[in-house]
Design a binder for this molecule. Structure first.
Ligand SMILES: *Cc1c(COP(=O)(O)O)cnc(C)c1O
Length: 381
């Protein structure tokens, strides 16, 4: 089955053997009656498994061309579960412009229990190899990165991981499986904050993980049940409903993202535009080779690098909403230095390019003329 059909039907057969409902029922139950001890229809307790969650887990696995899907209570709960595959003393190599919440989880929770992280530029292969030690177990990549839209070559990372027996994990939140399928490019684990594009309507918090390896799937399912950070059936249902239009939404996000990036690029008050689809972007060729299109996330800086002007700009927006998060049908704007990346020390975040005037846009699926007009009036003000 091709992608657009999988978004609607992937993993969804025999979803309601009871009444043949076309949409997955919301099994709002914690437990399941057993005929005799241990004799049941595959469900005993909803932390271990719930049919609505199973429907979502099969759907996301189908979209990523993977064998096993797992759903968690949030994107960070999904990352937390993946990192629990590690032991004290293990080391992880990751990107220097990581999502702020992932950085916080790595440095404030997992470093406390003895896992060591190196945050480096993953586009410099020599740089990666220089950081690999016998204790290195995992490379954690995000591509495109948040908020600098750096694109990392997943195939090149996979090659290094194979050579050194490391697990390659890719946070695919910004791209979604519509644009990029990391398992196909050699990754071992793909993770999503489904809160963003998969859900797509800014009305839920949820995370997913997809893997191909049987052993890895078993370990992650054990952690999912043992640690218990599972989503409720209602949120699983909403995510499934979002996924059914993922391909259509992504097409429009990409189209509007291009229009906004091209508008900003020619604006005299704009200094730099970060969108991998611009031919002037240093990552354009990698992006073109591993992504179907370039997405709806656009970052930019304004002339003079003023914190005050950046705040004034986001306050002046009328169609874009000033808010954290991304990937919904509505356009959002954020100021990473004071919002999503405030938990990263200033020196650390400026090394990665997160300067005071940087604005991040999640370009929605409204009419692009309205979005451009809004950006134009806010820049003028
Ligand atoms: C939002 C986000 C997360 C965290 O997901 P939650 O659902 O908010 O817990 C992780 N990675 C990226 C790239 C994100 O944008």
């Amino acid at each position: 089955m091709k992608f657009n059909s999988k978004a609607i039907h992937g993993g969804q057969d025999n979803i309601d053997p009871g009444y043949n409902a076309v949409m997955p029922p919301i099994y709002q139950t914690s437990t399941y009656a057993q005929k005799s001890p241990g004799k049941h229809k595959g469900y005993e307790y909803s932390r271990s498994a719930n049919p609505t969650r199973t429907a979502l887990e099969r759907s996301i696995a189908a979209l990523e061309n993977g064998k096993y899907g797992l759903a968690f209570g949030s994107g960070l709960a999904a990352i937390d579960a993946i990192l629990k595959l590690l032991k004290p003393g293990d080391e992880v190599i990751s990107t220097h412009d990581l999502y702020g919440g992932s950085y916080r989880l790595f440095t404030r929770i997992f470093e406390n229990v003895g896992v060591k992280f190196h945050f480096i530029n993953l586009n410099l292969i020599e740089n990666i190899e220089a950081h690999i030690t016998p204790k290195t177990k995992m490379i954690w990549a995000e591509t495109p990165t948040n908020p600098m839209m750096n694109v990392i070559d997943i195939k090149a990372l996979a090659k290094i991981c194979k050579a050194h027996h490391l697990k390659l994990c890719v946070d695919n939140t910004f791209a979604t499986p519509y644009l990029q399928q990391p398992l196909e490019l050699g990754a071992d684990i793909v993770m999503h904050s489904a809160t963003k594009y998969l859900g797509g309507h800014s009305d839920l918090i949820l995370g997913t993980v997809v893997v191909n390896d049987d052993n890895l799937a078993e370990q992650l399912a054990f952690i999912q049940n043992a640690s218990g950070a599972v989503p409720g059936p209602m949120d699983c249902f909403l995510t499934l409903r979002g996924i059914k239009t993922l391909h259509l939404r992504m097409q429009r996000h990409c189209e509007n993202g291009r229009a906004v990036a091209e508008f900003l690029q020619q604006h005299p008050q704009v200094e730099k535009v970060y969108w991998p689809g611009l031919k002037t972007n240093p990552n354009y060729n990698i992006a073109k080779s591993q992504m179907r299109d370039f997405g709806g996330m656009v970052s930019f800086t304004t002339q003079g690098n003023s914190y005050k002007n950046a705040v004034k700009f986001v306050e002046g927006l009328k169609v874009f909403t000033l808010a954290e998060s991304l990937g919904g049908v509505e356009s959002l704007a954020g100021h990473p230095a004071s919002m999503t990346h405030a938990s990263i020390p200033k020196a650390e975040r400026e090394k990665a390019g997160v300067v005071d005037s940087l604005i991040r846009l999640s370009v929605g699926i409204e009419d692009k003329e309205d979005l451009i007009e809004d950006l134009n009036q806010a820049i003028k003000s």
